[in-house]
Ligand binder design. Structure first.
Ligand SMILES: [Zn+2]
Length: 143
């Protein structure tokens, strides 16, 4: 998850991009994810877990129409895993850390992958790089 208030994530991202000068940032989810399945229920998982699962519920809401049309629960969860990874990559692109690096150094490339625990295969579902435009609402114009 790429949560914009997660200082742990942002500090690691900042260090990787600005000190280690990484060329790639990967968000990797996995099929058959218990966290995704939990977010699709209405069960009370209490305090911190509810707070974290809320982020996935928000992704579900954005794609409710597509997801609701998938009757098989496993397949619906796997599709949500893909859509969630895409959303988290877009969250990365909304940070000033990524936007500044894109502007000044045309890197890093952002990747959204979903890993298959059953077959060991990685499914690349989404990519973004310095050439991509993002929603202007989130674009910093004075970096
Ligand atoms: Zn999982």
């Amino acid at each position: 998850m790429v949560v914009h208030t997660d200082v742990n994530l942002l500090s690691v991202l900042d260090y990787a991009v600005n000190n280690l000068k990484v060329n790639h940032v990967i968000v990797c989810g996995h099929y058959g994810c218990g966290g995704i399945k939990a977010a699709m229920t209405n069960h009370d998982f209490r305090y911190v877990l509810n707070m974290w699962l809320r982020n996935i519920k928000d992704v579900y809401r954005l794609h409710r129409e597509e997801l609701s049309a998938i009757s098989d629960e496993e397949l619906r969860a796997d599709r949500l895993a893909e859509l969630n990874v895409k959303e988290q990559v877009m969250h990365l692109s909304k940070t000033s850390i990524i936007q500044r690096a894109w502007k000044n150094e045309r890197r890093p490339q952002l990747h959204g992958w979903v890993y298959g625990l059953k077959d060991g295969l990685i499914n690349p579902v989404f990519e973004m790089d310095a050439g991509n435009h993002i929603d202007p609402l989130y674009e910093y114009d004075d970096l």
